[in-house]
Write a protein that binds this ligand. Structure first.
Ligand code: ADP
Length: 401
């Protein structure tokens, strides 16, 4: 067993790698950074040590291996290189764990093979995650590497929530079901909400609204996820920055048969040219709010559609849970936009949900409640920290074995 107390968290995307080095004794972030535009011109590594100036490297990074080696060099300059004895493990974010991976898992050749077999259900994400793991294993073959899956927290969805109402044989053959995403964030935020309220997570029912560029809602009953808004892919559910969220599946046939669009064009439309961007030309909520406040009709429509969809889910999840103790807002929009929080919670006093305008207007990086003290349901703003959650789960697993 390792005596190290630090965990390096890696989040490898198709052309980027984000990383954080965390000391598990106190949760301190010793260093963080990202490499962008891997395999393209204009590559950039930004390294942010805990103390000292940020360091930027502008050059081409041919592949994830070159990028990770450069990250290792930056960490070594701070005397925290991959060979340091304090490093206990590397934790990897893996987007899709399918039905097989419902817990953090120590990476072996067999595990890597199984993550590879999930590529058909996560073609955009899992290949990059796998590359990250392979490169890290090559750099430190002796170090425990742990995969933490975005889908894992949603593995507890009951079958009637996880299944689409389609022919079961077809669904099973193609592994079609609702997996859900952002699980690490929903897990972290639901627990942090219980901590904020001084309650045991096992007795708290929480609706978590993760509103970032991608957005999803989840219903968590006593620490167990029972519903979530993303499905087979991260396209289902809420209106997002550039994704449509829920839409009649029939619109795909319509756009293909009547609109003459190919499947790839429709994929691009729904994933990259829809949501706030499609409705008003901006996908940043700050711009949408500013333009709506200036009276621009399309920005107002985008804002109202975004809020309306969240409220539909909020009401639905209230019914699923039966009793709601807290609604927690998180991620870029949820943590920062008082306008969105106020609009989502407007006129819901009958459900015990309301927001105190003064508390809601406070800007802070700390978890806090923004509902009046008499509220039956606490409305909370809880900054998410997926990296810390991945580090915790990684560290816990390494100390179990
Ligand atoms: P990602 O899904 O990429 O991790 P984040 O959780 O960082 O995204 O959220 C990014 C989004 O948060 C931005 O696109 C922007 O719309 C929104 N955002 C950030 N700051 C603010 C703010 N002050 N007010 C409103 N929205 C904000």
């Amino acid at each position: 067993m390792t005596t190290g107390t630090r965990v390096l968290v890696l989040n490898a995307g198709s052309s980027s790698v984000k990383y954080q080095l965390i000391d598990m004794l106190d949760g301190a972030k010793l260093a963080s950074g990202l490499v962008e535009r891997i395999g393209e011109e204009g590559g950039r590594l930004l390294h942010l040590p805990l103390t000292g100036e940020p360091r930027e490297t502008l050059r081409r990074f041919d592949g994830h291996d070159v990028a990770l080696e450069a990250v290792a060099e930056e960490l070594a300059k701070d005397l925290m290189g991959l060979d340091s004895p304090e490093l206990a493990a590397i934790g990897h974010r893996v987007v899709h764990g399918g039905l097989r991976f419902t817990r953090p898992t120590l990476v072996t050749d067999a595990v890597l093979g199984e993550i590879r077999r999930l590529i058909p259900v996560a073609p955009l994400h899992n290949p990059a995650n796998i590359t990250g793991i392979e490169v890290a294993r090559r750099l430190r073959p002796d170090l425990p590497q742990v995969a933490v899956f975005d889908t894992a927290f949603h593995a507890t969805l009951p079958e009637h929530a996880a299944r689409y109402a389609i022919d079961r044989a077809v669904a099973d053959e193609h592994r079609v079901r609702r997996y859900g995403f952002h699980g690490t964030s929903h897990q972290y935020v639901s627990r942090a909400t219980a901590r904020l309220l001084g309650r045991d997570p096992a007795e708290l029912n929480v609706i978590v609204l993760h509103l970032g560029n991608g957005a999803s809602a989840s219903a968590v009953a006593g620490g167990v996820c029972v519903e979530t808004s993303m499905g087979l892919t991260p396209l289902e559910g809420l209106v997002m920055g550039t994704r449509s969220g829920d839409a009649d599946p029939g619109l795909v046939f319509h756009l293909h048969r009547v609109g003459g669009m190919s499947v790839d064009q429709i994929d691009d439309l729904l994933n990259r040219r829809s949501g706030l961007l499609g409705l008003c030309g901006d996908n940043d909520m700050r711009e949408v709010v500013r333009r709506a406040q200036e009276g621009e009709e399309d920005a107002k429509l985008a804002f109202d559609s975004y809020v309306h969809r969240i409220r539909r889910y909020l009401g639905g999840y209230y019914a699923v849970l039966g009793r709601v103790d807290a609604v927690a807002f998180t991620a870029g929009v949820g943590e920062n936009s008082a306008e969105v929080r106020a609009a989502v919670c407007a006129n819901l006093e009958e459900l015990g949900i309301s927001v105190d305008p003064e508390l809601n207007a406070v800007r802070s990086r700390d978890a806090r409640t923004v509902s009046p003290s008499y509220s039956r349901v606490a409305v909370a703003v809880v900054p998410t920290d997926e990296e810390l959650e991945i580090a915790r789960q990684t560290f816990a697993l390494v100390h179990e074995v």
